[in-house]
Design a protein. Structure first.
Length: 70
């Protein structure tokens, strides 16, 4: 595997992590909007918050792990 292929694969992995977080946030928003009771709305809020943390943290930690040594 060349360096270009490795970089492309890593970039796609980080983008996929962001998209998975966005999908989770959308799922949580749908759950909040259609929930008939409060415990389900709280669950939807927790899913949205966890997805937002995932969007912010996971790609950055992957980039840090794959950083080229100085």
């Amino acid at each position: 595997m060349t360096d270009d292929e490795k970089a492309r694969t890593r970039w796609f992995t980080m983008v996929a992590a962001r998209l998975a977080g966005v999908a989770g946030a959308l799922l949580g928003l749908v759950l909040i909007a259609r929930a008939p009771d409060w415990p389900t709305k709280i669950l939807g809020t927790a899913i949205v918050l966890a997805a937002m943390v995932m969007i912010a943290v996971v790609p950055r930690s992957l980039a840090h792990r794959w950083r080229t040594p100085r």
